[in-house]
Write a new protein. Structure first.
Length: 504
């Protein structure tokens, strides 16, 4: 199998197929998670909103997958309490009943039981909550994670089961046999500039927001399947939330929920829902989106965040599946279910879905691929497959906890020089040993790979990441055998990208 796309869906498919014993080649045009998969709200959740929409099957699937993810990657997925504040008399019973249904649907995969809170209990859990008119709240439990740290460990898991994964290897053409059936991919190694053709029994398009581009390689007249919608997230100092619990606002003026959550010792607030025409690798926020999040957050936080307080802003594009028979509907109403499409050339495309359900999506995709390519009917084994880095007490590793069992290897790099474990920047926890590890063991090829996705520096504090870049570039150049020209080019490219994460 050849899989095009190195985000959550594509890497999930690679794990599933490789663990069943199939030969797998995965091609990613940029870096793993460069698109949507690094830009989520950092939640592994059932989707309270979908419960209100009546999409019970999606909620049940997501709640089950949420439980499996915590089981298989406890070093990266953990419980998080969410508080829904109540300012009207009817909200407590209304949301209280809804969360009880949420608990019931989770069954044995539950993360904790919801309950109604008094106003005093709500303030104790969220000290920075707006107290004027507060009547109480409801607490429920969901999951939180680091999206690209999980993705990198998923890629390692796929490799451990025999898959070959390449970043910076864009697909140029899908080849076909005499009958016109897809039988391989021509791709380019962007670093060396060489092109290659690989053959396969089945080609899977898991390119996310760029899936339509890949589909046009076999059908130039293919109609768009993706209705892209962008959401922005603002990152602030931890002091704006000052809690270990998250705030959830179930109804905002744009139809989405709004979250304010603790993440990597910062406060992350999002998200918006704005339809856009075309996807891009570095989407930019609209001014109205920034204003919307600031004004909405100000209604619920006693210390209203302002533009000057924004440390970083990142934008993600949802690969929502376009409704074939409707037009003009809000993107927040479009399906979050995944869709599998097979065209006349036999190209199998999987689009839609969400981070939480990646494993189930991959299982469905590989099942279809087996049927399509007449491959041996091998059963899926990922339900109980521990992901790379699995560790039940990863928090013991402190700042390196997100590496799970790899934390020992990262620490070992500094065995001869303990200074390699010291933070490289006073506002961030990242150290030189992590940079060395990412180059040697996690396929980090650029400064952006390192500061945006192997660590999350760019997403947490864009200016700090810019200041940190020269040190990181020097360490990477030494590891990769690169010269001063490479360092200069890398710094110029990173600064150009990082500027998009600053609010001007």
């Amino acid at each position: 199998m050849i899989v095009i796309g190195g985000g959550a869906t594509g890497v999930g498919v690679a794990i599933d197929a490789a663990s069943r014993g199939f030969d797998v080649l995965l091609l990613e045009a940029r870096d793993f998670g460069k698109g949507t998969s690094s830009r989520s709200t950092k939640l592994i959740h059932g989707g309270v909103r979908y419960l209100e929409q009546g999409n019970i099957s999606l909620v049940m699937e997501a709640l089950k997958e949420r439980g499996l993810l915590r089981q298989n990657a406890p070093h990266l997925v953990h419980d998080l309490a969410f508080i829904v504040p109540n300012y009207s008399w009817w909200e407590a019973p209304f949301y209280g009943i809804g969360m009880k249904v949420y608990d019931l649907l989770a069954g044995k995969y539950g993360f904790g039981r919801s309950r109604i809170l008094s106003s005093q209990e709500t303030i104790e859990k969220l000290p920075n909550i707006q107290t004027e008119g507060l009547r109480g709240g409801v607490v429920y439990y969901d999951g939180q994670f680091d999206d690209t740290r999980l993705l990198i460990h998923m890629a390692a898991t796929a490799a451990e089961h025999g898959a070959t994964l390449l970043n910076y290897a864009p697909a140029l053409e899908i080849t076909a046999d005499e009958a016109g059936f897809a039988d391989g991919v021509t791709f380019r190694d962007d670093e060396a500039g060489n092109s290659y053709t690989a053959k396969a029994r089945v080609v899977i398009n898991a390119a996310g927001i760029f899936a339509d581009h890949i589909r046009r390689m076999t059908d130039t007249e293919a109609k768009k399947m993706i209705a892209p919608s962008q959401g922005i997230h603002l990152v602030f100092e931890r002091s704006f939330l000052r809690a270990d619990a998250a705030l959830m606002v179930p109804h905002t003026s744009d139809g989405r929920v709004l979250f304010a959550i603790p993440w990597h010792d910062h406060t992350l607030v999002g998200t918006t829902d704005t339809p856009i025409q075309e996807p891009s690798y570095e989407p930019l926020p609209f001014e109205e989106e920034i204003d919307f999040i600031l004004s909405t957050a100000a209604q619920f936080l006693s210390r209203p965040p302002a533009r000057k307080d924004i440390l970083s802003i990142y934008v993600g594009i949802r690969p929502l599946v376009k409704a074939q028979d409707e037009s003009g509907q809000k993107t927040s109403a479009l399906s979050r279910d995944h869709t599998i499409h097979i065209d006349s050339a036999g190209l199998l495309t999987i689009v839609g879905g969400k981070w939480t359900t990646y494993r189930n999506m991959a299982e469905d995709c590989v099942n279809h691929a087996i049927t399509l390519a007449n491959l041996p009917d091998s059963p899926c084994v990922t339900r109980n497959l521990k992901l790379h880095g699995y560790h039940e007490s990863a928090e013991d590793f402190g700042p390196l906890s997100f590496y799970g069992s790899d934390a020992v290897a990262v620490q070992a790099i500094a065995s001869s020089d303990p200074r390699l474990l010291e933070p490289l920047h006073p506002q961030l926890t990242y150290c030189a040993a992590e940079v060395i590890w990412a180059v040697r063991s996690e396929m980090a090829r650029t400064v952006e790979d390192m500061l945006a996705r192997r660590t999350r520096a760019l997403f947490l504090n864009a200016q700090a990441a810019i200041d940190l870049a020269p040190q990181v570039a020097a360490i990477m150049a030494q590891e990769l055998g690169q010269d001063a020209t490479w360092i200069e080019n890398q710094l110029n490219e990173f600064r150009a990208t990082a500027t998009n994460y600053l609010v001007h």
